[in-house]
Ligand binder design. Structure first.
Ligand code: HEC
Ligand code: HEC
Length: 325
């Protein structure tokens, strides 16, 4: 907890001297190239940080339909989740529609977001080429790129987004002291004596959307101080109940136990396959590959990241009628 910036500055100065065994002892030690590279993951508007690779609109379509359309809609128009297309030219109107197509100033941001965070329930499964392809397809759906376009580390930064010149600081993500949060200035001297770190998000907001984020798998290197469990994929067979495994692997974003969401209720699946000796093998294959048509038009994206052991436990529980304990 920082009490005052003067005190903090004093502590930092002490830490520079090699005598006392303070917790800051290692401050000032140069980082190794490996440590830097594991944190240096951003992609900039000029393309700096983009890995070499390429992908076409056409390749992106196949990926998008399988991995993205279930949530964002076949045309990016949204399927309960955020729309990715539309809204171009509406930002200054009374009814601004903010989508990645209408709001972003650089297409590199779109690439980076998809690369880091999508598909929502199992990010980091796409290869570099696949991220180029699916980015190209989203930009094609938004009518920013033609059907025959291919993106690579050179052509992506050259895409001119419709809102390239439109960024202002008139609004932000949140309002702090009556001002949009983008207007904050870093204080370098005579700053406030008390620094309080706080969050303006309503209590429970992130828990409701993402569960316990400490349990999420993020393929970041360099976090060597974290306990091994924090870096392991979401498998805890033995310590977690099947219901918890279903939640940790993202199944419950689309399936309710008793209620359908995007996909059918688990109890309805149990009913349908009751007495079918092939059910377990059939459903294992289906969940891995994804697909649609058995329950309706909605598509289940391929569930690539759930470990085999978790999937077996979740399906056994599901086929037993998904009992509460
Ligand atoms: C299970 C549902 C789901 C799937 C599948 C999914 N997304 Fe998303 N996507 C989301 C959610 C939820 C958000 C908002 C996340 C947030 O705000 O933290 C989002 C946000 C985004 C955004 C940012 C939108 C914005 O306006 O800032 C992009 C771009 C995106 N997704 C692209 C993709 C692509 C490409 C795929 C396929 C590779 C994909 N998504 C698959 C649910 C999904
Ligand atoms: C993005 C939404 C989404 C996610 C995430 C998702 N599902 Fe599905 N699931 C669906 C949809 C939609 C269907 C219906 C597919 C169909 O009609 O063929 C489905 C169908 C199923 C079925 C029945 C398949 C059949 O052919 O009868 C099972 C079993 C299933 N899901 C299990 C899972 C498990 C386990 C997970 C987590 C690893 C999971 N699902 C994650 C959307 C999803």
């Amino acid at each position: 907890m920082f009490r005052s910036s003067a005190l903090l500055a004093a502590l930092l100065l002490c830490a520079g001297s090699a005598t006392a065994a303070t917790p800051w002892q290692s401050l000032g030690e140069p980082l190794t190239a490996r440590e830097i590279s594991s944190w240096d993951i951003d992609v900039r508007p000029d393309g700096m940080g983009l890995p070499p690779g390429k992908g076409s609109v056409e390749q992106g379509q196949t990926l998008y339909d399988a991995q993205c359309a279930s949530c964002h809609g076949v045309f990016g128009e949204s399927n309960d989740y955020l729309a990715l297309t539309g809204g171009i030219g509406t930002l200054a109107s009374d009814t601004p529609q903010r989508t990645v197509a209408s709001k972003l100033d650089y297409a590199t941001t779109l690439w980076e977001y998809i690369n880091r965070a999508m598909p929502f329930t199992h990010s980091k499964v796409l290869t570099v080429d696949e991220v180029y392809a699916v980015t190209a397809y989203v930009l094609n759906l938004a009518e920013i790129l033609p059907m025959d376009a291919t993106l690579d580390e050179k052509t992506l930064p050259a895409v001119v987004m419709p809102n390239r010149e439109g960024f202002t600081q008139a609004h932000g993500f949140m309002t702090v002291d009556g001002k949009p949060d983008v207007q904050a200035k870093a204080c370098m001297q005579d700053c406030t004596g008390e620094v309080t770190v706080s969050s303006e998000l309503p209590a429970g907001f992130t828990e409701e959307m993402y569960g316990d984020i400490r349990t999420h798998f993020r393929a970041l290197a360099g976090l060597t101080d974290l306990p091994a469990t924090a870096l392991a994929p979401a498998t805890n067979a033995g310590t977690k109940s099947p219901a918890e495994l279903a939640a940790a692997n993202g199944c419950l974003t689309c399936h309710g136990v008793d209620t359908p969401i995007v996909g059918p209720a688990f109890t309805a699946i149990a009913e349908r396959y009751a007495g079918n000796p092939e059910a377990s093998a059939l459903l294992t294959a289906k969940v891995r590959a994804g697909g649609s048509g058995v329950w309706g038009g909605a598509m289940m994206p391929a569930q690539a990241s759930i470990p085999d052991s978790d999937l077996a436990l979740v399906l056994a529980w599901l086929l037993a009628g998904a009992p509460a304990d």
